[in-house]
Design a binder for this molecule. Structure first.
Ligand code: SF4
Length: 181
């Protein structure tokens, strides 16, 4: 798997100060995507043990709340395979930190065993590593700059643990309505 960027001290992509990993590769091709260069699975650099170590070291800082996965598309099948062992490391080495992931796939699509585009042998385990999933493609028609943590109104900030408990997607407290008028 390749990645395009790692942002340290990121305050835009989740709650608090975070480390954000922008993985490469996305097949959604949303109209007016904010970073189409990341659609290419070969974009950027190879994600290696060195990057894993640096991200985990950053997560050990007291003021860093957690890790966010962005893209590109973290839930493209090839990216799931690469990210799952990394997420296991994060959970083992810094269990107190939160993990957020963005995905152009919806909660329902990721949970559907019949969906060959995004449901793989890794998907459920990867989802269970998360605290928050921000789901859905970016819809330019529903773009709203006032939404916190999401670009268009169709996207949802989902509380993953509560969703598994209830067997349906449960919106997080962070799925706020517009915050800017
Ligand atoms: S899912 Fe994200 S990265 Fe992929 S095309 Fe849509 S906005 Fe761009």
């Amino acid at each position: 798997m390749n990645y395009g960027n790692i942002k340290y001290f990121d305050i835009a992509d989740g709650v608090g100060v975070r480390t954000t990993l922008f993985v490469s590769g996305c097949t959604h091709h949303c109209r007016e995507c904010f970073q189409p260069e990341t659609w290419d699975f070969g974009f950027g650099e190879e994600f290696t043990d060195k990057e894993e170590d640096e991200i985990i070291a950053s997560l050990k800082d007291d003021f860093v709340e957690g890790l966010t996965l962005l893209g590109g598309e973290p839930f493209e099948p090839e990216n799931q395979k690469a990210l799952l062992p990394f997420l296991k490391r994060v959970r083992e080495e810094v269990p107190e930190k939160s993990i957020w992931s963005y995905s152009g796939y919806t909660w329902e699509e990721l949970n559907d065993p019949e969906n060959e585009r995004c449901h793989t042998e890794y998907t459920m385990e990867m989802l269970k590593m998360l605290d928050i999933l921000v789901d859905g493609e970016f819809h330019i028609e529903e773009k709203n700059l006032g939404l916190r943590f999401r670009g268009s109104a169709n996207q949802r900030v989902i509380d993953v643990k509560k969703s598994f408990e209830r067997g349906e997607p449960v919106l997080s407290e962070y799925n706020e309505k517009e915050i800017i008028k």
